[in-house]
Ligand binder design. Structure first.
Ligand SMILES: [Fe+2]
Ligand SMILES: [Fe+2]
Length: 267
């Protein structure tokens, strides 16, 4: 059974006519800050700061509880709490009989947004991501704001390859910092490669939708891209005002979490 995820596609991610009534100014201001501040050096600093995972430990449920208090400023489509978005994403996958590791991925793909709990501003947590350390594609959303980024004044970072080598693979690329990269490193030991690509690159629209940055990609990236593209409609088009009841489905997700992840995750 194909369910509603395909419905009304064209009306999502329309930044000029968003689904959220409060969104135009909020989202635009979000990307001004994001593109201005996400320099290559900023990304390296955040990786050094967070990828030791020595802050705290939490169960996945505790992380989800926290996320319930967050509304994502970069999202033009929904102002519902994050848990509703995660449940809608996962439940749409489940209804389509996607593999269970993919349903789990849908359920947890945004829990890296707990970075907000550690005091990070939203521009360093959410929104579309892009490679730093090389020229910006004009197909990134609100790409005009890259002119405000200090890296745009560093000619060595503005060639197509920048600090990278031809076909080095996205593994070697320092993406703008946020929940995607953070959660990828946290879950690397536990999930199959397509799940890890979905988590790490789900916000890299310039790559999975616009096919930009191919000169940085290797054969593995090309092989994994269809999985990221398969994930994307669930992330986008399962957004609707109907709030699934967690209590009804909690036992299913408890089993799924226990199958793949340890009881406590390191943050
Ligand atoms: Fe996300
Ligand atoms: Fe999401």
């Amino acid at each position: 059974m194909m369910i509603v995820v395909e419905e009304k596609k064209s009306t999502y991610r329309d930044y000029a006519a968003p689904q959220r009534s409060d969104a135009v100014d909020t989202v635009r201001e979000f990307y001004r800050l994001n593109h201005q501040n996400q320099t290559h050096d900023f990304v390296l600093k955040k990786k050094a700061e967070y990828l030791g995972f020595n802050r705290t430990t939490m169960t996945p449920w505790a992380a989800l509880d926290f996320l319930n208090t967050l509304v994502d400023d970069s999202d033009p489509d929904t102002a519902l709490p994050q848990i509703d978005h995660l449940l809608q994403t996962a439940e749409a996958m489940r209804a389509n009989n996607e593999p269970d590791w993919m349903v789990l991925t849908g359920f947890i793909h945004d829990i890296g947004k707990v970075l907000c709990l550690f005091g990070e501003p939203q521009w360093a947590v959410v929104g579309d991501t892009f490679p730093t350390g090389c020229a910006y594609s004009s197909k990134n959303v609100y790409s005009e704001f890259f002119a405000l980024n200090p890296d745009s004044q560093r000619p060595e970072l503005q060639t197509p390859l920048g600090v990278y080598s031809e076909k080095c693979g996205l593994e070697a690329v320092h993406m703008s910092w946020g929940h995607d990269e953070y959660l990828y490193h946290m879950l690397k030991p536990y999930l199959p490669m397509p799940a890890l690509y979905m988590i790490r690159f789900h916000s890299f629209y310039a790559w999975h939708r616009e096919n930009e940055y191919q000169h940085l990609c290797n054969a593995q990236d090309d092989e994994m891209k269809p999985w990221v593209q398969r994930f994307n409609p669930y992330d986008l088009y399962s957004k609707n005002p109907n709030r699934p009841k967690l209590a009804d489905v909690k036992p299913y997700y408890e089993d799924l979490l226990a199958k793949y992840l340890p009881a406590e995750l390191k943050f």
